[in-house]
Write a protein that binds this ligand. Sequence first.
Ligand SMILES: CC(C)(COP(=O)(O)OP(=O)(O)OC[C@H]1O[C@@H](n2cnc3c(N)ncnc32)[C@H](O)[C@@H]1OP(=O)(O)O)[C@@H](O)C(=O)NCCC(=O)NCCS
Length: 436
Amino acid sequence: MAAQQDAGQWVLRRVEGTAQEVPLGSMKGQLGPDVVDMRTLYRRAGVFSYDPGFANTASCMSAITYIDGEAGILLHRGYPIEQLCQKASFPEVAWLLSHGELPDARQKARFEHGLMAEAHLHEQIRNFFNGFRRDSHPMAMLCGTLAGLSSFYGNQGADQRHRITSEEREMSTLRLVAKMPTLAAWVYRYSRGLPLIYPRPGLSYAENCLHMLFSMPEAAWEVNPVLARAFERILILHADHGQNVSTSTVRTVGATGVNPFACVAAGVAALWGPAHGGANEAVLDMLDEIGTVDGIPDFMNRVRNQEDGTRLMGFGHRVYRNLDPRAGLMRNICHEVLAELGMDHDPRLELAMKLEETALNDEYFISRRLYPNVDFYSGIILRAMGIPSSMFTVFFAVARTAGWVAQWKEMLESRAGISRPRALYVGPDRRDVPAS
Ligand SMILES: CC(C)(COP(=O)(O)OP(=O)(O)OC[C@H]1O[C@@H](n2cnc3c(N)ncnc32)[C@H](O)[C@@H]1OP(=O)(O)O)[C@@H](O)C(=O)NCCC(=O)NCCS
């Protein structure tokens, strides 16, 4: 992995005088703007930078995902998301993220075989579920059982971070991607009191997700290829998205040398928050609240007036100031799924489309460069497929595991140091404890 170093120089200069000038290096990635190299800032200038939320800070070098939020571009290993969504399977994308290239036929067959072989969970995991209340939040169960898996696969990780072999890293990434759908489905089945269903050989990754969610032991379950492919494309669209909160968490936690199952459980915890993984559920709540297209003008007035912080959920993004490229793809999938299910005149879809059209032509949204994001249509699709909204984030986690393990592996291979941000201290000055 290479970044062009010293592609010019930046100078840090104190405003009130030119006496103190500190030259800083400049770096250039393969794509994107110039980068100021801050690594020697404190040593050379005796100052540090303040960047809460790290919006201006690259925490690592990565060759996995490139996002141009201004132009609405998302590339994985150089491939546009639109092409991956159309031409690749989820296992191919997972392989691509971790290995840098799409798999050839042999690699693909071996990887798919490995995913099937590793999809089973240790039988004792069933006991873990019995410890949860049935009405536990599905993400609580996912997070807990996933962290628990580290007790079964203690040696496949990073207890000795710089000494684990590449084979062990491969095995851990395979196991995590393979076992997540089973865990996710069991979370759902347990919460409904349904029998736990095992992965079925011969089904694809996406088909197995649906099989383990919806099969019943007493009836043969038939794959609907349109729904399975739609579900697969939803997984692809969520597979990775650069250094977002959960991915940064996985990298940060992973750099300490912890077991990869515990590390991905930390990613799941980060994703759980409604400000990260829960927005598609919020879109459905909003549509229910608006009710019908007649409710749009009133709702839009509340948004424009920022009444009680009302926002158009599924619009806007921290990074994209243009159409999130995943949003248009999601809209197409939504139409396909609802047509397949004979729901193409679904009032919720009509409402969403009218809302989108209204917002895209509204000065409030135009001037703030707010466009639909990946969450605007995904909730409608998942709900139509019969997946309850409390499970949306769980399947987001299944998809994102492909990205998390790729980023974890890249972090280990780059031998990154552990993260240790500073704080701009604003507490009391030094003082003495009063005499008692
Ligand atoms: C994603 C999100 C948090 C990004 O926030 P952000 O980058 O901090 O955007 P800002 O808060 O800087 O927004 C800039 C302006 O647009 C407004 N805005 C942003 N998103 C908005 C939305 N969805 N609806 C209405 N107004 C919105 C803000 O109120 C702000 O207005 P102001 O300048 O008058 O104060 C935000 O767009 C949002 O809350 N979206 C809805 C939730 C959602 O869909 N999340 C999923 C993201 S993938």
